[in-house]
Design a protein around this ligand. Structure first.
Ligand code: 5GP
Ligand code: MN
Length: 319
């Protein structure tokens, strides 16, 4: 069993790095924090890395401030590296370097597009969230799940399943969540932090962003846009622009929603969501991205206008 191989590697490791993906979400953040607390309880020295800031709505999680966003000369070499919720080395951003500098690397993920880039790979596309796999790992190591671990795991599972509503939600998802509730998680408290704690700037941004929605292919494809100018106009920052593609998806008759977001560096981040049929991972692959069948993404180096034209052209072919 794969967990036994991980156990073996852990036995001989003291200094351990956990890396989350760029533009972190609840799953990568929750996986890193939960595993960090678990490994610390085994007496390991744990270092957390994530290139980008943890979004405000996740900052209620205990330990969020422990993430490092740069590599220092004395923190480059580790006995063991874990990449969590990262489908390929690019998703580690600047911390991709850790994979080159260190020999023992473990990749734990649930993306169907995972490239199995580590020396040990545990990829299960049937898991709704990487946090489900981290739960299994912690259980198999017989580590006590304290409230910090439980809250982190519940957060990752909640955010990756659309609060237990997407098609990736399984009976296993619910039984893990049930266990976490037994261990003290308060679902209302977590949901209030995650979903009902918007700044006024974010709400004003939502109004502008919703106003950009357009329909194509007889209402089966929707597009939605976020520009840097919109952020400036309402005084919101980049971190407050997450999770908007859902507004385009939730329209009656829409099968595929495409969000185009202008990034700080001028590149366009595309988020893709489908309801039942269209394979978003396949569409994202065309542009060098990836993800899952119902949720995927990619980055395109062009204007927002051009990105929209080329992605729509490929998207229409899938119907
Ligand atoms: P989001 O649209 O929320 O950024 O991402 C949706 C899903 O697609 C997530 O599971 C995420 O990991 C994946 N994803 C988003 N952007 C990229 C990308 O540029 N490359 C790859 N490989 N996966 C991505
Ligand atoms: Mn995930």
């Amino acid at each position: 069993m794969l967990n036994n191989n991980i156990k073996e590697l852990l036995k001989n490791s003291k200094k351990i790095a956990l890396v989350g993906h760029i533009m972190p979400d609840g799953d990568t953040t929750g996986s890193c924090l939960a595993l960090a607390y678990a490994l610390e309880s085994l007496g390991k020295d744990v270092f957390l890395f994530c290139q980008d800031d943890i979004p405000d709505n996740l900052c209620f999680l205990e330990g969020c401030e422990k993430f490092n966003n740069e590599l220092t000369p004395d923190n480059k070499y580790f006995d063991l590296i874990f990449a969590l919720d990262c489908s390929d080395p690019e998703r580690l951003g600047i911390f991709k370097k850790l994979l080159e500098l260190n020999e023992q690397t473990i990749n734990i993920d649930h993306h169907v597009s995972n490239t199995e880039f580590a020396s040990l790979n545990w990829v299960d596309p049937n898991a709704a969230a990487t946090c489900e796999l981290i739960y299994e790992l912690i259980e198999s190591l017989n580590i006590h799940i304290d409230i910090n671990i439980a809250n982190a795991l519940y957060t990752g599972i909640s955010t990756d399943t659309g609060n237990f509503s997407y098609s990736n939600t399984t009976s296993k998802t619910h039984s893990i969540a049930a266990q976490l509730l037994t261990l003290g998680v308060k679902p209302e408290e977590i949901s209030n932090n995650l979903y009902r704690n918007n700044s006024l700037e974010r709400v004003k941004l939502i109004a502008r962003v919703i106003d950009t929605i357009e329909l194509y292919k007889h209402g089966q494809i929707s597009t939605i846009e976020i520009t840097k100018d919109m952020l400036t106009k309402v005084g919101a920052d980049e971190k407050e622009s997450s999770g908007m593609v859902g507004y385009a998806k939730d329209i009656k008759g829409v099968e595929l929603a495409l969000l185009f977001k202008e990034q700080e560096d001028g590149q366009i981040k595309v988020s893709m969501r489908s309801k039942n049929i269209i394979d978003c991972n396949k569409l994202a692959n065309i542009f060098g991205g990836g993800g899952h069948a119902r949720a995927a993404g990619c980055t395109i180096n062009s204007s927002l206008y051009d990105a929209k034209i080329i992605v729509l052209e490929e998207a229409k072919k899938l119907f």
